[in-house]
Write a protein that binds this ligand. Structure first.
Ligand SMILES: Cc1ncc(COP(=O)(O)O)c(C=O)c1O
Length: 479
């Protein structure tokens, strides 16, 4: 049998063992630590050290080139290092990086956002998606004078204590606010109610009984952190009506969907206006900026004084991130970008589904062409919520397919809840065919693989990663 080339990974491995000595887990964000034995190249857990990224491609320190479908967990909508944005940033750097006073660009970008986002009447900038959702729910509480926030299983709204519940909970237990980290005060779970997405009756009956204590409902209108599950027809409108009926603030967390699924986000796609919404990621093609936008009447509550709502931060609306946002939004406005991304995404989804069908792998394609996932399942024809997603049978096979993709230059994630993201730089000739060819090989190899996954424990604290000896890892060098 021909010998597989596999991934060269020596430099990444060496850097990772150094990183483990100075960074917990060797990473700066837990989600970057790959932990699935079937997926990780060479050792588990692991990460890859990136050298650079341009357009739709990424190169690691060992010289491997990838077609990137992780796109930084979603922000890259135009392609990495878009030349027009890079040029604008080079000029901006000369004018200073942080003023802690207003600047004209801030006004210009606010106007652009109001122009593009259907529900945006006013704008406040922040730096991360986490901050934006934190500030949005504070505003909802201040506006209504109520305290409970409703969120949905499988929806992620950042790392703060108030919403870090039930993003990836056990799915064989009663639905409840499940803390996703140690260190979150138990008392906060009393301020959170968790619902099942796309269940019309359940949210209605909960609000009927409890609306007097509910300040807001926050949701990802498309579940960007659960494989791109879409809302059922009429579901977002249903939430809008319930919020109107019960004086509850409707908050769309569009940190992933915003400027990705359409110019005006999911709210434009589904024609439903939330009261508040949060944006980040694609609004700047990957620079640190986020925003809370919404109804003037609510937004005007932000301000100093005993009756005001606090929002702010040293780096909020810094001129560098604003420059990137300004350039990104101008490009997104002027070019026929969304139809191109959609065309590419649709072709990719259809091609992948054909490969899975040809190989008799039962599956469902979930999501929007700009953010989607294939789900290996024989339980469902459609997937509408987190529990349906999780009650699938094919995670082992999924991990193996993703592994084989990685070894063939297709950058994907181990996490089946993450999406494949597409961007303007993805090219029908240069990227589509190679990806589908790789997918075909990956599915065939994963299906026929005799490789038995082994689980390796995290190396001792500050120690080097546990390297597998040659041959132990199977697919790396043979099969
Ligand atoms: C929907 C959603 N909201 C909020 C966040 C948090 O954003 P950040 O990582 O910028 O804090 C994320 C991050 O992935 C997200 O997907």
């Amino acid at each position: 049998m021909a010998k597989e080339k596999g991934l060269k990974i020596e430099k990444s491995a060496k850097l990772f063992s150094e990183a483990l000595k100075v960074m917990p887990g060797g990473v700066s964000s837990n989600a970057r630590l790959w932990q699935t034995a079937q997926f990780c190249p060479i050792y588990t857990p692991c990460t890859i050290f990136v050298k650079k990224a341009r357009g739709s491609h990424m190169w690691d320190v060992d010289g491997n080139k990838y077609i990137d479908y992780r796109l930084g967990f979603g922000p890259i909508i135009l392609g990495h290092s878009h030349p027009k944005i890079t040029k604008a940033l080079q000029e901006a750097e000369k004018e200073g990086t942080v003023y802690a006073l207003d600047n004209e660009l801030e006004l210009q970008v606010s106007k652009q956002m109001i122009d593009l986002i259907p529900s945006a009447e006013m704008v406040r900038f922040s730096v991360t998606g986490t901050e934006a959702t934190m500030h949005a729910i504070r505003l909802a509480r201040a506006y209504t004078g109520k305290e409970v926030i409703v969120k949905f299983e499988g929806h992620y709204h950042g790392g703060h204590d108030y919403l870090l519940f039930s993003t990836s909970p056990p799915y064989d237990t009663r639905i409840r606010p499940y803390p996703e980290s140690r260190g979150i005060p138990k008392i906060i779970s009393k301020l959170v109610h968790v619902e099942t997405f796309n269940n019309f009756a359940s949210i209605e009956s909960y609000l009927k009984k409890n609306h007097r204590k509910v300040a807001g409902i926050i949701l990802e209108p498309i579940m960007g952190n659960a494989s791109g599950i879409m809302p059922k027809p009429g579901y977002l409108k249903h939430l809008r009506e319930l919020c109107d009926r019960y004086n509850v603030v409707l908050i769309f967390d569009e940190v992933k969907t915003g400027f990705r699924v359409s110019r005006g986000g999911a709210q434009q796609l589904y024609n439903v206006k939330p009261d508040l919404s949060t944006f980040g990621k694609s609004m700047s093609n990957g620079h640190p900026i986020s925003a809370i936008v919404g109804k003037e009447e609510m937004m005007r509550m932000y301000g100093p004084g005993p009756h005001g709502v606090t929002q702010g931060g040293t780096y909020a609306s810094n001129p560098i991130s604003l420059t990137a946002t300004n350039a990104t939004l101008s490009l997104l406005k002027d070019e026929d970008i969304y139809s191109k991304i959609s065309r590419f995404g649709k072709r990719l989804m259809t091609g992948m589904k054909d490969v899975l069908d040809d190989n008799k792998v039962e599956s469902v394609m979930v999501g929007h062409p700009a953010m989607f996932q294939y789900v290996i399942t024989n339980n469902h024809r459609e997937i509408h919520n987190y529990r349906e997603l999780k009650s699938t049978y094919g995670l082992d096979l999924f991990s193996k397919i993703q592994y084989w993709l990685l070894t063939r230059g297709v950058m994907v994630d181990e996490d089946s809840q993450e999406c494949w993201y597409t961007c303007l730089a993805h090219d029908m000739d240069e990227d589509l065919k190679p990806t589908l060819d790789a997918f075909k090989v990956a599915v065939e190899k994963a299906k026929n693989s005799k490789f038995k996954a082994q689980r390796f424990k995290l190396p001792p604290e500050r120690g080097p990663p546990t390297m597998l000896t040659e041959g132990t890892r199977g697919p790396i060098s043979s099969q």
